[in-house]
Write a protein that binds this ligand. Structure first.
Ligand SMILES: NC(=O)c1ccc[n+]([C@@H]2O[C@H](COP(=O)([O-])OP(=O)(O)OC[C@H]3O[C@@H](n4cnc5c(N)ncnc54)[C@H](O)[C@@H]3O)[C@@H](O)[C@H]2O)c1
Length: 265
């Protein structure tokens, strides 16, 4: 696309076979970026690439376990070999999130979630920073969560990993400011994806019930997170670093439900 926000840029997006990562990869491609679509689920990554290529943009699929240092390094190399750069890294990949308390949760489940959600972000950045610096600088975006800001029952590993991502982001922004690398996080509210448990057949609250906790009266869409990522990745966000972009439909701004809002005549 001519005059896209990300014309001439290359991006590496992890978890890009998934709902939010896929939307970010497609949006970046529509803004002119060449995208390395990396995911543990290689078939899902290839589907995202097919979507991007169907829109006449450039992408390559990459099989990646972000928890494996050699694979993290290889994903950065693949991006560089195919497209140059990268200028942009988006850490999206997250492990399945088993429920439990610290008493009931198995150590392996806790460790896996922290290793993918937090150490995986560290590893991707570890290998991407030198490439982004060599490309003249760029942007790293870490997908956190509203659950990095507040706690909910039964999610000790998830909430701990997402809270830690907010701090990791700040320190990376400080450490790499002189490299011309901006580092920000995005904290989505509940987004309508299979992970959020709001899809048909999910055993928990319906999307309508959950939407009542949001000032918007609904949970979010993947394109609304992709729009924030496209902004943070682009030069339009040249004064944004070390920040968290909260895209949560007002969830954290009020305690109540939309039933509590004053009526309008
Ligand atoms: N969906 C929501 O409501 C919501 C809300 C807040 C934050 N988030 C965050 O947004 C991100 C994406 O969420 P989503 O709803 O798109 O989930 P998703 O499950 O659709 O996508 C996650 C992707 O990560 C991949 N993945 C898992 N382990 C991996 C590994 N070790 N290496 C590489 N890839 C791996 C999966 O294969 C999957 O494609 C996550 O970081 C999640 O915590 C989601």
């Amino acid at each position: 696309m001519a005059n896209g926000k990300l014309e001439g840029k290359t991006a590496l997006v992890t978890g890009a076979g998934g709902a939010i990562g896929g939307a970010i990869a497609r949006r970046f491609a529509s803004e002119g970026a060449s995208v390395c679509v990396a995911d543990l689920n290689f078939d899902a990554a290839k589907q995202t690439v097919a979507d991007i290529e169907a829109a006449s943009a450039d992408a390559v699929a990459c099989a990646l376990d972000v928890a494996d240092p050699a694979q993290a390094e290889a994903a950065v190399h693949l991006t560089h070999e195919r497209f140059g750069g990268p200028h942009i890294l988006v850490n999206v990949a997250a492990a399945p999130s088993p429920r439990g308390t610290v008493e009931t949760m198995a150590l392996e489940d806790f460790t896996r979630e922290i290793t993918v959600n937090l150490t995986g972000y560290f590893l991707m950045a570890k290998y991407a920073v030198s490439a982004i610096r060599a490309a003249g600088g760029g942007s790293i975006i870490n997908i956190a969560s509203q659950l990095g800001h507040i706690g909910v029952p039964g999610r000790p590993a998830y909430c701990a990993s997402k809270g830690a991502i907010l701090q990791l982001t700040r320190v990376m922004a400080i450490d790499h400011a002189r490299d011309n690398i901006r580092v920000n996080s995005i904290s989505p509210g509940a987004i309508d994806t299979p992970r959020s448990g709001t899809q048909p057949g999910a055993p928990r609250l319906t999307r309508e019930q959950r939407g009542k906790s949001y000032l918007t009266g609904r949970i979010g869409r993947v394109d609304e997170i992709a729009a924030g990522a496209a902004y943070l990745a682009s030069d339009e966000a040249s004064f944004m670093t070390g920040a968290d972009l909260l895209i949560d439909g007002g969830f954290l701004a009020f305690k109540g439900t939309t039933d509590d809002l004053p009526a309008r005549d």
